[in-house]
Design a protein around this ligand. Structure first.
Ligand SMILES: [Zn+2]
Length: 66
């Protein structure tokens, strides 16, 4: 499976959208923590709220926030 950000081969970094009523859960794969961070930033900018973040999601958010 390819990285959802840059299109390189995914390497085990992944993201699953939080469950929301009426929406299908999304699953995305990334090649690196960097691409995962980019996705987390985009999701946040798009108004999405990370509910019950995982350890990796928390680390990603802390890495990108000032
Ligand atoms: Zn990538």
């Amino acid at each position: 499976m390819l990285c959802a950000i840059c299109g390189r081969e995914g390497r085990g970094f992944c993201w699953v959208s939080p469950p929301r009523a009426g929406t299908k859960r999304q699953f995305k794969r990334f090649c690196s923590m960097r691409c995962q961070d980019i996705h987390a930033r985009r999701a946040k900018a798009g108004g999405g709220v990370v509910i019950d973040p995982t350890h990796n999601e928390k680390a990603a958010m802390e890495a990108v926030l000032p």
